[in-house]
Design a binder for this molecule. Sequence first.
Ligand SMILES: Cc1ncc(C[n+]2csc(CCOP(=O)(O)OP(=O)(O)O)c2C)c(N)n1
Ligand SMILES: [Mg+2]
Length: 558
Amino acid sequence: MKMKGGDAFVKLLKAFGVSHVFGIPGDSLGFYDALFREDSIRHVLVRHEQAAAHMADAFARVSGRVGVCDASSGPGVTNLVTGLATAYADSVPVLAVATTSPTRIRNRDNFQELDQPALLQTVTKAVIQIDQPERIPDLVKRAFRIATTGRPGPVVLNVPLDVFLRSAEYGDDDFLCSPEFGRYPALRVRAESKEANIVLDALRKAHKPVIWCGGGVITSGASAEVEAFAELTGIPVTTTYMGKGAIAETHLLSLGPAGQLGRPVTNQYLADVDFVLAIGSRFTNVDTANWTIPKRGTPLIQIDIDPVEIGKNYDVVHSVWSDAKLFLQDLIVAAKETKWDGPRADGAVSALRKSWLATSGVESPQSAPVNDEPVHPLQAMRALREAMEPDDTLICDSGFNQIWGGQYFEVERKGRYYVGPRGMGTMGFAFPAAIGAKLACPERRFVALAGDGGFMMLLHELETSIRMKTPVVVCVLNNGNLEYCRQAQIGLMGGRLLSTDFTDTNFAEIAKAFGARGVRVTRSAELCGVIREALKAPVTTVVEIVTPQSAKPDGVAF
Ligand SMILES: Cc1ncc(C[n+]2csc(CCOP(=O)(O)OP(=O)(O)O)c2C)c(N)n1
Ligand SMILES: [Mg+2]
């Protein structure tokens, strides 16, 4: 059958189960025209391409499907870079459709022409150039396979605008797809069966072992297995921020997040563990407080889907190249067969958590709601946890707000109920991410938690949220400055403050100007009720929380 390239392209997106594409039009006319003809795919016009990438990213994180975004050549594509880098750092499968100069006049310094593949190569898993409409089927299929197999990640399809407009002859086979590559992780790999017993034998020799979970556990959907294995063996579980939800953080065996931005009590517990079973973690400098937690030299077995991650930042006594979920299933079977009888940490770990909650966490006196102004971030965390149901999701930004959320907001269910731009620490992420997540899972409720600095970067997406009817809640911790940077300059530069403070901005009024709801809260006693109402509202609500300068999360070292 004869068909335009754009139509073939969109037919393939449909075959892989794509339901939403986030972007801004331009010279991608042939692509948009084909989308116009396809009722099953909704195009979501955004107001900045960075937001399109974040929306596609969060869409993928919460749905398990590939998120798709598009941008037109030149500045449209350069605007995608931050969002793609964020997805790449956090191993999220995003497919970006980038239009580029027409093939017949390429390399003549055209309007908006730049070397997009070179630009995007370092922030994506792959950049695929499609130069003939005939190649669309095999290269689109390839893009989905690359994005969803192994360690997932973003892939760019770089398409000259004429390729969408030109017609070609296609056969039925061209559109025969394996829809499983529209979801991730596709093609799970399982370690050899002997591996489970090797790991169990090593664990048996330990007196104080720990299970260390990174984002790979969540990506693999292995939380149920982590929790079951922990329960079976009594071994406690700690996580990175990306790994939050590997086990319910209220569980008797949950140690909460560790590392530079983790809980000091968790780090203390980890100081003398004598064995680490690491699953799906890259051991970044932040997650390990510059490779001091866990202590170097602690016997460590690392399980990862990406073999090059194993042994990269810590020496290992044994490597397991496997999908987390499948390997944990094997571990559970092997532990049951051989009757596990190691020491159980339930009591010690739950006592630790309870004392932390009562002294530093959301049950401590300083978190209690009061009528004083302004609202301490800890009081905000308590209000959030009280107002949100266990299956509501918190999406964090960057800056101190993310640390408040990461350390103090406990994920009460296993699974992905906490989302953050961890690898890149991208300011501006949380709000557009909430919109993308809401479009992926309209029945779920999402709360974005951002600082005044980060929210300001992409707050214009309020218009998108109103137009697309995606009611989400944005809690903005308004401390009038870039608190993270301010504290760093105080702690490390002798208090020589430069470019950290803003003038007063009323975010609630800004929200109203966009047609959203806006509430400015100055007393913590009101906050829980305001968030509860916002969660029920049929329209996006900005809850501006006026917080003091200088509030610092536990354990932040500068
Ligand atoms: C896009 C981007 N630019 C700069 C930074 C560096 N940075 C990290 S935290 C931070 C301050 C964040 O301020 P705000 O969003 O108000 O959060 P707060 O720390 O005040 O809670 C900055 C500028 C970043 N992470 N991302
Ligand atoms: Mg701030």
